[in-house]
Design a protein around this ligand. Structure first.
Ligand code: FUB
Length: 304
C-alpha cells in the first residue's frame, strides 16, 4: 500500500486508510462511486478496475469503504462479485447504487448485455445476495434499444413521500417507480425528455431546497452536466456542465450526498492511471456548493 495512504490492517481483510489527497485510494483502482449516508457514517460503494491490462470496462467485483469524518476510511472485505449473479453471463461489473429500505440494503448493479440486477444484505458492508435470481431490468425494458450497454447505471432516489424511484440508461435516461419491496418495478417505464441536450449515462438524482437535481454524464469523453426540476418526473431544465472531462478517463460518474453539514461531489478520474488505457480509474471527492438561486457552483477537480 503506497501513494498517499497510511494504511493499517485491521483484520485479515479490512484496512484503515488516511488519504491526504485525490485520488482517494491509490492501492486499487476504483470507479463509479455511489455514496450512502447513514447516521454518522458515509458508505462508499464503488466499481473496481483491476491491475494488469483490464480490457475495456470489464470489471469483476465491487468494493465498499466507510468513513465517519472523511479523513479516516475503512475498506471492508469484497462485498459483491459479478459471479454472484448467475444470470450475468457477460461477466461485467458495471456501475451500481446502494439504497436502504426498512433495515435492508439493496445494491442495484449493472452489467453489459444482461441488464440491471439487485442484491440484498442486512448490513451495508454485506454480504450481499442476488435478490431475484434474474435481472430487474433488461434491454427489452428499454424499448429494445440496440446497444448492449443500454440498460446500465441504476440510480435510486427515495422521495420525501417515501416513494422509491429508479433512474438508469445509456443514450436514453429511463426511470420508473419501484414497489415498496424495492425489487419490483411499479407501473410504466418512462424516459426523461432532455429537450435538446445530450444524455450519455450515469444519472444521479438528489433533492435540495425542494428542487430535484438530475446530474448525468454527457458527451464522450464525458463531462458531468445537470438539470433541475420542480417535480421528479420533470420537466428538467438544463443548467450546464458541473465537472469537466476527468483527466485521463473517458468516463466520469458522480454521486452527490450531504454529510456532516457539507455537500460532496464524488466522482472518478484517471489520476493514477499510467498505461493510457482509460480503464484504470480512481475515485475522488470534492466539496459542492449551491448558489443562492439553487444552481450548483462548478466543481473544480483538485488533488487535495
Ligand atoms: O464502469 C463501467 C461504466 O463506465 C459505467 O457503468 C459507466 O457509468 C461508466 O463509468
Amino acid at each position: 500500500y503506497g501513494g498517499n495512504l497510511h494504511a493499517q490492517q485491521k483484520s485479515d481483510s479490512a484496512f484503515i486508510f488516511e488519504p491526504t489527497q485525490n485520488p482517494l485510494f491509490t492501492h486499487k483502482y476504483t470507479a463509479d462511486p455511489a455514496a450512502l449516508v447513514e447516521g454518522d457514517m458515509l458508505w462508499l460503494f464503488s466499481g473496481h478496475d483491476y491491475e494488469g491490462g483490464q480490457q475495456g470496462y470489464k470489471m469483476k467485483d465491487w468494493l465498499v469503504f466507510s468513513t465517519k469524518d472523511m479523513k479516516t476510511w475503512e475498506e471492508h472485505p469484497v462485498p459483491l462479485k459479478i459471479t454472484d449473479f448467475e444470470w450475468a453471463t457477460s461477466g461485467d461489473a458495471y456501475a451500481g447504487h446502494v439504497a436502504k429500505r426498512y433495515g435492508k440494503y439493496y445494491w442495484y448493479i449493472s452489467t453489459n448485455w444482461n441488464g440491471i440486477g439487485v442484491a440484498v444484505a442486512d448490513k451495508p458492508e454485506g454480504p450481499y445476495k442476488d435478490a431475484l435470481g434474474e435481472p430487474l431490468l433488461t434491454n427489452e425494458d428499454c424499448f429494445a434499444s440496440t446497444h448492449s450497454w443500454t440498460c446500465i447505471d441504476p440510480a435510486i432516489f427515495i422521495d420525501e413521500d417515501d416513494q422509491p424511484w429508479i433512474f438508469w440508461g445509456n443514450g436514453v435516461c429511463y426511470y420508473a417507480r419501484l414497489k415498496d419491496n424495492m425489487i419490483e418495478i411499479e407501473g410504466d417505464i418512462k424516459k426523461i425528455d432532455f429537450d435538446g441536450f445530450e444524455f450519455t449515462e450515469a444519472p444521479w438524482v438528489h433533492k435540495a431546497n425542494g428542487k430535484y437535481y438530475l446530474t448525468y454524464a454527457t458527451g464522450f469523453p464525458e463531462k458531468i452536466a445537470y438539470a433541475m426540476a420542480e417535480d421528479i418526473e420533470g420537466p428538467y431544465e438544463y443548467k450546464g456542465i458541473l465537472n469537466e472531462i476527468a483527466g485521463n478517463s473517458n468516463t466520469n460518474h458522480q454521486s452527490i450526498v450531504a454529510f456532516n453539514n457539507d455537500w460532496y461531489f464524488i466522482y472518478h478520474n484517471g489520476g493514477i492511471q499510467t498505461d493510457g488505457s482509460s480503464y484504470s480509474r480512481s475515485v475522488c471527492i470534492e466539496k459542492m456548493e449551491y448558489n443562492d438561486d439553487g444552481t450548483i457552483k462548478p466543481i473544480v477537480m483538485t488533488t487535495k
